[in-house]
Design a protein around this ligand. Structure first.
Ligand SMILES: Nc1ncnc2c1ncn2[C@@H]1O[C@H](COP(=O)(O)OP(=O)(O)OP(=O)(O)O)[C@@H](O)[C@H]1O
Ligand SMILES: Nc1ccn([C@@H]2O[C@H](COP(=O)(O)O)[C@@H](O)[C@H]2O)c(=O)n1
Length: 221
């Protein structure tokens, strides 16, 4: 895969020992169309934060290419993307709060749910090492998980009118896959996800998320 060299070159430009700065780092997680982009944008504005995402823009152009690869290679791309994002988080969190739209929890939740088949009870048991945050990856201070009923999620996907990705179609068609992804998110540890009900209005979801962030990160005004 010739593009792999280019992605690795981007990674080589990044610091390998990314340390968080003094400002809070908040991750926003959830299935597609649960409202992550909507919420991260309002939080960015309200906290005067820097908004980052994983995979980061510098490797965004390679994403479609890796999405067509087998799961292991595709996941390697997303995993490396998290480490590149970590170096941006380290840099930006020295001077302002940082909001991250998808990070390690997304990569792990989708990867684990893909490798396991059938019901969520077939997932590795709670507290399994697969649910632990990688020791060498910069940790966010708080991760909010947006939860939404499958019916409302589908309404929002259809309302968006965009072309669906292969994984989005699979999530819609395969109720068990969606349940495995959601359950894996909920089992992640260090940090665990704090659940936010995303079925409320955009204003209400923002208000609840804002309150939680202020409670957990008391340096934010
Ligand atoms: N609280 C809400 N109530 C109603 N509609 C919402 C709410 N939040 C977001 N939406 C709408 O739902 C759709 C999906 O939202 P958004 O793009 O923010 O989700 P996302 O989680 O970032 O999706 P993806 O992961 O696929 O990029 C958009 O059309 C958005 O306007
Ligand atoms: N850190 C991440 C981010 C994303 N993924 C994978 O991409 C899929 C969709 O992401 P969107 O940008 O469309 O929301 C998601 O389903 C994951 O498979 C990832 O693994 N790690």
């Amino acid at each position: 895969i010739p593009e792999a060299n280019e992605v690795l070159q981007e990674a080589d430009h990044c610091s390998r020992t990314s340390r968080k700065g003094k400002f809070p780092v908040i991750g926003i997680e959830g299935l597609d169309a649960t409202g992550k982009s909507t919420l991260t944008e309002s939080l960015r504005e309200s906290f005067k934060a820097v908004l980052l995402k994983s995979p980061p823009d510098c490797i965004g152009r390679y994403r479609k290419r890796f999405d067509t690869e087998p799961p292991l290679i595709r996941r390697a791309f997303y995993a490396l993307g998290n480490y590149i994002t970590a170096s941006f988080i380290a840099n930006k969190s020295a001077t302002s709060p940082v909001i991250v739209d998808r990070y390690w929890h997304s990569t792990a939740a989708y990867a684990i749910a893909t490798e396991v088949s059938g019901k969520a009870e077939n997932l590795p048991p709670p507290h399994h090492e697969l649910y632990q945050w990688p020791l060498d990856l910069l940790q966010p201070d708080l991760v909010l998980l947006l939860t939404l009923s499958p019916e409302e999620r589908i309404r929002r996907i259809e309302g968006r009118g965009e072309q669906k990705t292969k994984e989005e179609m699979e999530l819609e068609a395969n109720c068990l896959f969606r349940q495995r992804v959601e359950e894996t998110y909920k089992r992640m540890e260090n940090p665990a996800c704090v659940l936010v009900d995303a079925s409320a209005s955009k204003e209400e979801v923002f208000k609840n998320a804002h309150l939680l962030i202020k409670r957990y990160c008391n340096t934010l005004s």
